[in-house]
Design a protein around this ligand. Structure first.
Ligand code: ADP
Ligand code: MG
Length: 393
């Protein structure tokens, strides 16, 4: 998805006030009735109407009058709220080029005031698979808390918590900087996803390191669940960094063994194919053939996950609650169990139909009374668009 943050500079305090009012209304309404937006925003002299028109022009809101007259946020509207909050907090001052597009996220460079470039991951859970999930699984009919806003926020909170904990335990992960709504700010990883790497100086060393990570994670009580060549970054010195954590589960998860084995298998398969690595070959003399017998070198889940560390429990005790974990697992498991149903990208106008939001935790003061400490360096080299100097009156 394109992210044109140019408009950020022209948006006023009232614009953000109304945008936030819609966000707050979405806690209980799929489409927020116009009167409710007006009441929450409570602008003087009926100014809300004019502001709503402006927000529609910039595609930050979607207007829906099918059942009653109302509005809801678009992805872009939600992006703007998160970006504005983070800029106000002084986390970064400019948004630059897109550096990654994942299945359920968009990743951009952002620059700090001192020029340091960071990575911004905007979660888009539900962008691709929400509708197919909705049509296949009936748990959604019994739970009212599923929509893209809620799920994307949950994914970001989880990713941030896990990244931080993994970093603290010495895992090679990006450094977790900050998080707001569906947006995670982290350090920029040098290098490329392993999938783009055609040659390695020391494929066996890299392989050992990567398998070592899966094992060490399990020893800490965790399974990545999407551990593959897309989520492993490698730099020119062949240093490995793992990324992408919203789908991680505890070793006590009922499908833990299967997820662990699948992570391991992905790595074996990739290294066998891409780098011709063979694992513990035995020779069948009689028939003069080599048998690729990698079973003996494969890490065994049941022996690793016994008497392990408890990072999984630590995380459950941190801001990421059990209910959060259950909610996101239910959604993500559909993807984990089979990605086949992820058809092309869907328009965001489609994916919230019939779903009400129950728990969307928004800090009101963050946007309604956000500090206006913007106004800094312009046109940073690495970044195309400075978002710090919007009209904030
Ligand atoms: P998704 O969950 O959508 O798969 P990822 O976290 O895997 O998202 O990121 C998608 C792509 O964005 C990665 O393959 C990588 O190329 C790039 N990327 C993600 N995080 C970073 C980072 N911290 N530094 C540099 N590139 C990154
Ligand atoms: Mg990924």
């Amino acid at each position: 998805m394109k992210l044109d943050v140019n408009a950020l500079r022209y948006l006023s305090k009232d614009d953000f006030r109304v945008l936030t009012a819609v966000e707050m209304g979405m806690r209980n309404h799929e489409i927020v009735p116009s009167e409710l937006v007006e009441r929450i925003a409570s602008l003087k002299h009926g100014g809300t109407y004019k502001v709503l028109k402006n927000l529609l022009k910039y595609k930050l809101l979607h207007h829906d009058s099918s059942k009653y007259d109302g509005f809801r946020l678009t992805y872009l509207g939600y992006d703007f709220l998160a970006i504005k909050t983070l800029v106000n907090r002084g986390v970064f001052v400019a948004v630059g080029r897109q550096i990654g597009v994942g299945k359920e996220s968009d990743i951009f460079e952002v620059a700090k005031e001192d020029g340091t470039v960071l990575a911004m991951k905007l979660h888009r859970l539900g962008r691709i698979s929400f509708r197919s999930v909705k049509s296949k699984r009936d748990y959604l009919r019994h739970r009212s808390s599923y929509n893209w806003l809620y799920l994307s926020r949950l994914a970001a909170v989880k990713e941030f918590a896990f990244m931080k904990a993994l970093e603290e335990h010495g895992f090679p992960v990006p450094s977790a900087v900050d998080c707001n709504r569906h947006c995670v700010i982290m350090s920029l990883v040098e290098g490329y996803p392993l999938v783009q790497v055609k040659q390695l100086q020391n494929p066996d060393v890299v392989f050992e390191t990567i398998i070592g990570l899966v094992v060490r994670l399990a020893e800490h009580g965790l399974i990545h669940c999407d551990f593959n060549e897309f989520n492993i970054m490698i730099d020119d010195d062949e240093k490995v960094t793992m990324i992408d954590f919203p789908q991680m589960v505890s070793v006590s998860h009922r499908n833990a063994q299967m997820y662990f084995d699948r992570d391991v298998e992905c790595i074996f398969k990739f290294f066998r194919k891409r780098f011709n690595l063979s694992f513990h070959e035995t020779v069948d003399d009689e028939n003069d053939v080599e048998i690729d017998n990698d079973e003996s070198v494969r890490p065994c889940f049941s022996s690793i996950s016994k008497g392990v560390g408890s990072l999984d429990k630590e995380l459950a005790a941190s801001g990421f609650t059990r209910k959060d974990q259950e909610d996101i697992e239910k959604f993500i498991e559909n993807g984990l169990e089979g990605d086949a149903d992820s058809g092309g990208e869907e328009d965001e106008t489609e994916d919230t139909d019939g779903v009400e939001v129950e728990h969307l935790h928004i800090s009101e003061e963050e946007t309604l009374n956000g500090d206006e400490n913007a106004g800094r360096q312009r046109n940073h080299e690495a970044c195309q668009i400075d978002v710090s100097e919007h009209d904030s009156d």
